[in-house]
Ligand binder design. Structure first.
Ligand code: FAD
Ligand code: E0Q
Length: 464
């Protein structure tokens, strides 16, 4: 019996996770229908022409390889070797992410990636339906109701099983939540973001180093810029929503409550991001036109409703973006879910096994993403941090199979996120203990440290 005789899957959302999951399931012979609230981006142009990009790392790349889409994605990607830190005094420093060019990440366009995956899903046999916004689910009747936002019409479809890839504001999550308590916990970060653009230079080339993720860390806030293949950069400004004034009634920390107009944005950049200001010719327009996006972590205590519905990607575990892993984690979810569905034909059991495998890992990357915001803003230019980082690199050389920096475990390896979090905690303890009261690597007690590494960190298995 082929998979297609057994089950038909109805995927809600044709974003990054939905389109990849559709591809993986259709390639396994399942019947797949996908419903997306927006129009087909292949017909209308994407995001009103704005390019938004994302960092793709090994976990996401591995999932794309499984779908046969990795080469096509990499052809449109820009390599990023490390973070280029722009200090407040105007100096810059490239902090490499990995040991060499085999350990890099890739800047990809969200729109182009989505289009490529929609084509892959269709080529694999999935049926895509656009302008279909999930409005409600009749679980007893096994029917889903969609609204076409272009004409307001309602459409009803019968389903066997619903797979929710409809993002952080998931309508399927809301519908499941009406049937069963999902233990939903929404934790807003209290910071938001706004996207700005660095166009190409007059000669048509990149205006700053293309093969890096640029960061302007400023303590309580920061800017980043990722390269696009059309020689532009998408800049993202992260600011607190509001900052309580100090007792003298003033605060030096900007926020979206105080930086409101284009002129305010210019003044902020003149003061804090002076080297970036001349690169963003439409700063005022970008700032006023582009909406501010909210940032939050979403925890659920369960991800599925029996064998009728399951959530994945941001719908199940939205996270703050500071480790660049939300899409990577969503793609790992897709592979895991496809494998469980292939192996286990009882849907409730497959969904439960998927949840058991992925939920602890989602929790771990959510925590690490939050921690990375502090590291980005406050620590990349701090002396203790830099000494610990230097030691981390030395230990990674001395103990290749045991001591892998946490960033590298998350970004360049595929061991479970929860394992990366746990090993990272042990490694941090060792780094702090070994550098305490010391100013340089010459003062490290290597005998003690090497013994501790051997005692507390088992060798990591090779990844096939
Ligand atoms: P989405 O990509 O949000 O897709 C959801 C889809 O469902 C959309 O197409 C939507 O239109 C559709 N939909 C929504 N509601 C309905 C409905 N009712 N009916 C039908 N369809 C619906 N991740 C990284 O890995 N690297 C990065 O560098 C990175 N940077 C980021 C920067 C920022 C500022 C932000 C906010 C996020 C970043 N992320 C990054 C995270 C990444 O964007 C998400 O984790 C990823 O998009 C999740 O994919 P998804 O398919 O679950 O959700
Ligand atoms: C990465 C790659 C949005 C975003 C995406 C990212 C990263 C950061 C800071 C941000 C983390 C890092 N990082 O440089 O440590 O590695 O994706 Cl803000």
């Amino acid at each position: 019996m082929s998979n297609s005789d057994q089950t038909s899957f109805t995927i809600i959302g044709a974003g990054l996770a939905g389109s990849l999951l559709a591809t993986l399931l259709a390639q396994r012979g399942f019947r797949v229908e996908v419903f997306e609230k927006r129009g087909d981006p292949r017909q209308r142009g994407y995001e009103g022409g704005r390019s938004i990009n994302l960092a793709l790392a090994e976990r996401g790349l591995h999932a794309l390889r499984a779908a046969g889409a990795a080469d096509a994605v990499l052809r449109q990607a820009v390599m990023m070797r490390g973070r280029m830190v722009h200090f407040a005094d105007g100096s810059q420093q490239l902090q490499r992410y990995g040991k060499d060019d085999s350990e890099v990440i890739w800047s990809v366009s969200r729109g182009e990636l989505n289009i490529l995956l929609l084509d892959a899903a269709e080529a694999a046999g999935a049926r895509l339906h656009f302008d279909r916004r999930l409005a409600s689910v009749a679980f007893d009747a096994r029917q889903v109701h969609f609204i076409d936002d272009c004409d307001g019409a309602t459409h009803v479809h019968a389903f066997t099983a619903l797979l929710g890839a409809d993002g952080a504001g998931s309508a399927l999550r809301a519908a499941i939540g009406q049937q069963h308590d999902l233990g939903e916990r929404f934790e807003p970060l209290g910071h938001s973001y706004k996207e700005l653009e660095i166009p190409p230079g007059e000669d048509g080339s990149f205006r700053i180093e293309p093969n890096a993720l640029h960061i302007w860390p400023r303590g309580a806030y920061m800017c980043i810029a990722l390269p696009n293949d059309e020689k532009t950069f998408t800049v993202t400004l992260f600011l607190p929503n509001e900052v309580l004034p100090t007792h003298d009634g003033k605060s030096d920390v900007p926020s979206f409550a105080t930086v409101r107009s284009g002129a305010d944005a210019r003044a902020l950049f003149e003061r804090d991001f002076a080297d970036a200001l001349p690169l963003i010719p439409k700063l005022e327009q970008d700032f006023v036109r582009n909406p501010a996006g909210l940032l939050a972590t979403l925890h659920l205590s369960r991800w599925h409703l029996g064998g009728q519905a399951v959530l994945l990607g941001d719908a199940a575990h939205a996270m703050v973006p500071f480790h660049g892993q939300g899409m990577n984690c969503a793609f790992e979810d897709c592979v895991a879910l496809a494998e469980h569905l292939e192996r286990e034909h009882d849907l409730a059991a497959a969904f439960a096994a998927f949840e058991v495998e992925r939920r602890p890992n989602a929790l771990a990357i959510q925590a690490m993403a939050l921690e990375n915001y502090l590291e980005m803003r406050e620590r990349v230019d701090d002396a203790d941090f830099l000494l610990q980082r230097a030691l981390e690199l030395k230990l990674a050389e001395r103990h290749r199979d045991r001591f892998v920096p946490r960033y590298a475990m998350v970004t360049f390896r595929r061991l479970p996120y929860a394992t990366a979090l746990e090993r990272g905690r042990i490694q941090r303890e060792l780094l702090v203990a070994a550098t305490r009261g010391r100013a340089s690597l010459d003062e490290i007690d290597w005998d003690w440290l090497d013994a501790e590494v051997g005692r507390r960190l088992d060798p990591l298995p090779d990844e096939a």
